[in-house]
Design a protein around this ligand. Structure first.
Ligand SMILES: [Zn+2]
Length: 159
């Protein structure tokens, strides 16, 4: 049984350099010529976090693929078919709110899908078990409501 695929070796040049990542590489840290392009989710992430992000992208492939297809296929002959497939996938995923809305440019639509992907995966690629799936208000621990719990026994409580 082989679980290893040679995705890296055969990776299409437009894809993110992270192993197995299905996204388009759009960002590089190099100012010289390079073929190491990263998607915005993987850019500047360490390897461990990057692997979690990749796993999430595969779990959310309907959304990752939708955003990627818009980026790659917009204005191409394949676009009408891709558009229909994306809309279909979003309905199948029970996310009709993510479908293209009237008055929105395709680019704005793509950015909305990418934002949704980011907010589900989390800014630092934490697993969604640690992140609320619906609430995306970036709630931070509020030190103002932090109450200290005393574990010392009450004074004078001698037996
Ligand atoms: Zn990536």
């Amino acid at each position: 049984m082989s679980t290893h695929d040679d995705r890296t070796a055969s990776r299409a040049p437009h894809l993110c350099a992270a192993y197995g990542c299905p996204m388009v590489g759009t960002t590089t840290s190099s100012t010289q010529g390079t073929n190491e392009w990263w998607c915005w989710l993987h850019f500047a992430k360490d390897a461990g976090r990057g692997q979690r992000i990749t796993a999430e992208l595969h779990r959310l492939d309907w959304l990752a693929k939708a955003a990627t297809d818009i980026r790659l296929l917009l204005k191409r002959p394949e676009w009408p078919a891709a558009f229909a497939r994306i809309e279909h996938d979003l309905m199948l995923a029970n996310r009709p709110d993510l479908r293209w809305t009237d008055g929105e440019s395709e680019r704005q639509w793509m950015e909305r899908l990418e934002r949704e992907l980011s907010s589900i995966i989390g800014q630092d690629g934490q697993t969604p078990q640690q992140q609320p799936l619906i609430a995306t208000s970036q709630a931070k621990p509020d030190h103002g409501t932090f109450s200290r719990v005393s574990i010392s026994p009450p004074q004078g409580a001698t037996a």
